[in-house]
Write a protein that binds this ligand. Structure first.
Ligand SMILES: Nc1ncnc2c1ncn2[C@@H]1O[C@H](COP(=O)(O)OP(=O)(O)OP(=O)(O)O)[C@@H](O)[C@H]1O
Ligand SMILES: [Mg+2]
Length: 465
């Protein structure tokens, strides 16, 4: 995305022919697209049917004047900046225009350099304003390039891959179990691309009611239905020049799939009630935790869309397959949450880290984050201990039982198998004796003390077993 096609379109409304021509030439020379109108009425008409990023209008105009233009803009698209031009000696009128919502004014004759600075500033301000609205709505705490933690070999590999693809325009498909960091990667791709100053818009197709989908994505024109009192831009249009994150594509319904395919192929949308396709420029990053190939087979997902989206797949492995990442991630969340609850520095006791290292993490990084968040609240004396984690050894052993590790040194394999077997048997006997440990020790033929040690080690008491 380089060159003039990414530049904004400016509507110039000016009745004096030579002035109009000069402005057009100057602005086009800077790479802007320029639309001109020679009176207020034409200018207002132009507002309705073109994609305009800024209006530069004379105040004194035939037919409708600059104030009428300003009013029309404020009604229709309040965020669209208007710069007014006024003849020398009529500053008061210009000030009045600013009070009515013009971004700024210029008195003629003006310096071109000044004009260009003003235009750039207005466009930047609007971009930030419209992005802020979106940010406030949905991404309040998610500003900027996210920090991705992960030194394990598989994470290094996909991070490198991600950094390579980020600056391109390629569609990226991020796959991985729930909570592995798909959205995090999607945002990193956006912030590492030259689209970073334009919005990053997430669309979770499963979360939008079906009947609202079209207007959510494509927007609508004023008057297109009874509630459409003003034009509303859809998410795809708001994302113009930015990145659209299509989350949970496995749940996307077929009608939406067709729409998205068109956006990818032609980069156009149509507002509901509009009669004209609107060109947009968006980069798509998709994510799923589902087996999309299966969905394609079952005709629930369009094959053509699948191939369009799957240009550059990145698969984030589950946390249990990259346990080296657990300590730095735990530390990262520890810092994050201890700052949040204004506790001082907190460390993790060795035995607690041991549990984190062994846990199955079915909910991946998100689950680890939740465990640490809770642990920070429970932690006393600046240390997270195993009991603060809310993970019982029993649950780990249960998870292990499904899958006794069949790698590593024999001693470790044997130790894991022993833990599983012993803890199961102890639980069984405790149940049988109604929790009577003396009886249980007799049945198991170990000393009372040994039994207590093992109950503690395997944390068999926590659930009252
Ligand atoms: N490598 C990482 N470094 C730092 N934080 C991470 C990492 N991976 C995930 N997280 C954090 O874990 C949480 C879950 O990540 P995210 O929402 O990106 O996962 P997801 O794959 O989109 O999950 P789901 O499929 O459930 O939507 C987020 O708070 C995210 O910031
Ligand atoms: Mg997600």
């Amino acid at each position: 995305m380089t060159g003039s096609n990414t530049m904004d379109t400016i509507l110039v409304i000016e009745d004096k022919e030579s002035m109009r021509a000069m402005l057009k030439q100057t602005l086009e020379g800077e790479g802007y697209q320029v639309i001109t109108a020679q009176d207020g009425a034409e200018g207002i008409r132009r507002l309705a049917d073109e994609r305009i990023g800024l209006v530069l209008t004379d105040l004194k105009l035939p037919k409708k004047d600059g104030f009428d233009v300003l009013r029309a803009v404020k009604e229709d698209s309040p965020l669209l900046p208007v710069i007014v031009m006024t003849a020398f000696g009529t500053i008061e009128t210009a000030v009045k225009a600013v009070k009515q919502g013009a971004y700024d004014f210029l008195t003629k004759p003006f310096d071109t350099g000044h004009l260009l600075v003003l235009i750039k500033r207005a466009l930047d301000a609007t971009r930030i304003a419209s992005e802020n609205i979106l940010l406030k709505e949905e991404f309040a705490d998610k500003l900027g390039l996210p920090k991705i933690i992960g030194k394990s070999a598989p994470m290094q590999e996909i991070t490198t891959k991600m950094q390579k693809v980020a600056p391109t325009n390629a569609t990226v498909m991020i796959r991985g179990e729930s909570g592995t960091g798909k959205e995090l990667f999607a945002r990193a791709i956006h912030y590492l691309s030259n689209r970073k100053d334009a919005p990053f818009i997430a669309i979770n197709s499963a979360a939008i009611p079906r009947e609202l989908l079209e207007s959510e994505l494509c927007g609508y024109e004023k008057g297109s239905h009874s509630q459409a009192l003003a034009r509303k831009l859809g998410k795809l249009e708001l994302a113009d020049k930015g990145t659209v994150f299509l989350d949970e594509i496995g749940d996307m319904d077929l009608a939406l799939q067709a729409k998205i395919l068109r956006v990818i192929q032609e980069q156009v949308i149509e507002r509901v009630g509009g009669d004209k396709p609107i060109k947009i420029d968006v980069r798509i990053v998709a994510a799923t935790n589902k087996d999309i190939e299966q969905a394609v087979q079952e005709k629930l997902f369009r094959e053509d869309l699948f191939y369009r989206l799957n240009v550059f797949p990145i698969t984030i492995p589950p946390l249990r397959e990259r346990r080296d990442d657990i300590p730095p991630l735990a530390q990262h969340f520890l810092n994050k949450y201890s700052a949040e609850v204004r506790k001082g520095p907190i460390t993790i006791a060795d035995e607690a880290m041991d549990i984190l290292m062994k846990s199955p993490w079915k909910g991946n990084v998100r689950e680890l984050e939740n465990v640490i968040e809770r642990a920070v609240i429970y932690a006393e004396g600046g240390v997270v201990r195993s009991q603060d984690l809310g993970i019982s050894e029993a649950s780990i052993i249960n998870a292990l039982a499904e899958h006794v590790p069949m790698d590593g040194p024999l001693q470790e394999v044997a130790a894991a198998a022993t833990r599983i077997a012993e803890s199961r048997r102890i639980r069984q006997v405790l149940k049988q004796t109604g929790g009577n440990k003396t009886r249980a020790a007799e049945i198991l033929q170990v000393s009372y003390k040994t039994l207590l040690t093992k109950i503690k080690e395997y944390q068999l008491e926590e659930k009252g077993e």
